[in-house]
Write a protein that binds this ligand. Sequence first.
Ligand SMILES: [Mn+2]
Length: 253
Amino acid sequence: MIVVVSDVHLGYRNSNRQLFLKFLEEICKPLGPDDHLILLGDILDFWRRNNVLVAIENEIIFKTLESLNSNIHYIIGNHDYTLITLKLPENQYFNVSKTLRLKDGGTTYNFIHGYQLEVLALLEPLTVEEYESICISLCQRTGDFIGDILSVLWDTLHLSFKKGDRRQKAISSITEVPESRRDMHRVEQLAKSSVKDLFLGLERGARLIFGHTHRPFVDGNVANSGSWVSDATVQNTYLTIDDGNMELKVYKP
Ligand SMILES: [Mn+2]
């Protein structure tokens, strides 16, 4: 069995962290060594606060994760992107990576946080690599800095904008919460289309699981695990994958 959860945003004031802790105890504790727990990005939120303080405040969650018997995979998102730069070889209780491919019952499952789809669908001319360097800047700087995304862009990429540049609006939206953005349906549209395989390098027939938009769904070979923030319309969701069946569930203790 594979359990997928994303976008808990620990460190953000609207994170449902107590409920997430209960979820780990109740749903994830019983998982065994053949099972997988996928933490699909934005579990921690480093964009608004000091990274270490956020991690220390949530130590109980990491202690609980450490006590689980299943395999644990941490796929980084845009809000916890810098975790990939802190890779410690002796830290084996979970693997940190940008993408993950798992086989279950003859089907291939690809896991990404999903910011990649947003860059492709909405943020042209930014490349995924440029977006990732902005994420590093936003994770490492705290305070009001994220309010001024254009100066982060200048510092990081030396991108300049002339007055009336239409790209400015799209790129400024990076620091807004997904709930207040209007174009998220275009991210879903790309995720559900077959052309995404070309951009993401997916094999034909493989399934794609992502988060990031805070809009959970299962649709054929594509699924979104949703979020654990009180801003979202549908909250506290997770996916289970068992014998080729993808199921979306809402956690209620
Ligand atoms: Mn995200």
